[in-house]
Write a protein of this length. Structure first.
Length: 420
């Protein structure tokens, strides 16, 4: 069967747009891996699954592209523009620096949280804990533990009231939640928060999701929004070797690692990751700092070797063009389908009227035109109700090349030929 020209055009256009999108994605990965070869300590080529499975393949691909590069894509959404994924390199001769951050503090098990604090003390690693101000934090005995974490020199950040999305909150609801969090933490540490002028006001959105209302409140209250460039769902599945590989291979000067405060046996997973990662990074000259210290010493004018702005911007443009092309052809198909259905209804009514007229003109016995039979005026009414103008009962010229139109046209021809 001969393929109509319009369908050929649609198929070619869609295929070309998807091919361009794929090529840009491959180019982004290639440029990222090539650029990583010139970055001291950055070993993106070594990232890959350990045990296998979709999650490890997925996160390997994400880090081949780079979380900071994906952050540039997310920044096209207005309320994500202030989200920080990593800091520029450190100023002067400080050497490469990295910040360890832990979500969901304190957690359900206070004992394991204290074990994590003790381990960090042994390794002399200051960290930033993003605290959920729920019952695990505001209970009297938990307040003492949170104060102990602050007194040991660790930094505290805002992670909301629950480990759940805050994107559905209105501006007033979110602002009330921020007030409640600050009040709970200040009561727990028995002092001001942040505890010193050099510490920033940090907020990490639960589930990593922001909204316009959240961004407005956080901007007005001088918060900084932090995610990270080293993350692999350490809370979701057990594979300490893979999580450690992500951190060791993807770490560069200014990296921010996201781990989780685990409960029970899962805390041992976090400790096992740290036992593997800390000595390896220290051997490569990394020093460990809190999140505020990482940005206080960053050289703002120096780009990170983990970023590839040109390739990611090209990918975003090609993605938008491809989506527009696909939406256009899907919309045209829907429009043509609707026009053909309406045209078929009107054509069926026209055939009924024609058959009745033939029977009347033939003078068949007992045939009379009753008031309920379709007439020209009834046909006109049907045409109008179907959304087609008078005299345009089969106005589908723009869709005549579509397979749908051809199939419908052949069906109508067969019906007409079968009629007396």
């Amino acid at each position: 069967m001969k393929i109509p020209s319009s369908n050929k055009c649609a198929c070619c256009t869609c295929c070309v747009s998807l091919l361009v999108l794929l090529l840009n994605l491959v180019l982004a990965v290639v440029l990222r891996l090539t650029a990583a070869g010139g970055c001291e300590g950055l070993r993106v080529q070594d990232i890959g699954p350990v045990r296998g499975g979709f999650s490890e393949v997925n996160w390997s691909f994400v880090h081949w592209l780079g979380m900071r590069n994906l952050g540039r894509v997310l920044a096209w959404i207005p309320w994500n523009r202030r989200v920080l994924f990593g800091a520029p390199p450190a100023v002067g001769s400080l050497g490469p620096q990295i910040a360890f951050t832990f979500d969901d503090a304190i957690g359900n098990n206070a004992t394991t949280f204290v074990s994590l604090l003790d381990f960090l003390d042994e390794e002399k690693v200051p960290a930033t804990f993003f605290v959920i101000a729920n019952n695990n934090t505001v209970a009297p005995d938990r307040q003492l533990i949170l104060k102990d974490a602050s007194d040991r020199g660790h930094e505290l950040g805002n992670h909301g009231l629950l480990d759940d999305f805050m994107t559905t909150m209105s501006r007033d609801e979110f602002e009330a939640a921020v007030d409640q969090w600050e009040s709970s933490v200040k009561n727990a540490i028995q002092g001001d928060w942040p505890v010193s002028p050099t510490q920033w006001k940090w907020f990490r959105p639960p589930k990593g999701m922001m909204s316009g209302a959240m961004d407005e409140v956080l901007t007005a209250r001088d918060y900084h929004i932090a995610l990270g460039d080293l993350y692999s769902d350490d809370w979701a599945y057990e594979d300490e070797a893979f999580h450690a590989r992500i951190i060791k291979s993807g770490a560069c000067d200014g990296s921010v690692t996201i781990l989780h405060v685990m409960d029970g046996e899962r805390t041992l997973r976090t400790l096992d990751i740290l036992r593997d990662v800390i000595p390896a990074l220290r051997a490569r000259g990394f020093s460990f700092v809190r999140l505020s210290d990482l940005y206080n010493t960053a050289h703002e004018d120096m780009p990170s070797c983990a970023e590839c702005p040109i390739c990611m911007d090209a990918f975003v443009v090609s993605l938008m063009v491809s989506l527009l092309v696909l939406c256009f052809w899907v919309g045209k198909l829907a429009w043509c389908t609707q026009r053909r259905v309406k045209s078929t209804v009107v054509s069926s009514q026209a055939r009924v009227v024609t058959n009745i007229r033939r029977r009347l003109s033939s003078g068949g016995p007992g045939i009379e035109l009753s008031p309920t039979e379709p007439t020209d005026s009834a046909l006109l009414a049907v045409s109008t109700q179907s959304g087609l103008p008078e005299g345009s009962t089969n106005d589908t010229k723009d869709c005549e090349d579509s397979p749908l139109s051809q199939r419908t046209g052949r069906s109508e021809h067969k019906v007409s030929a079968a009629e007396p």
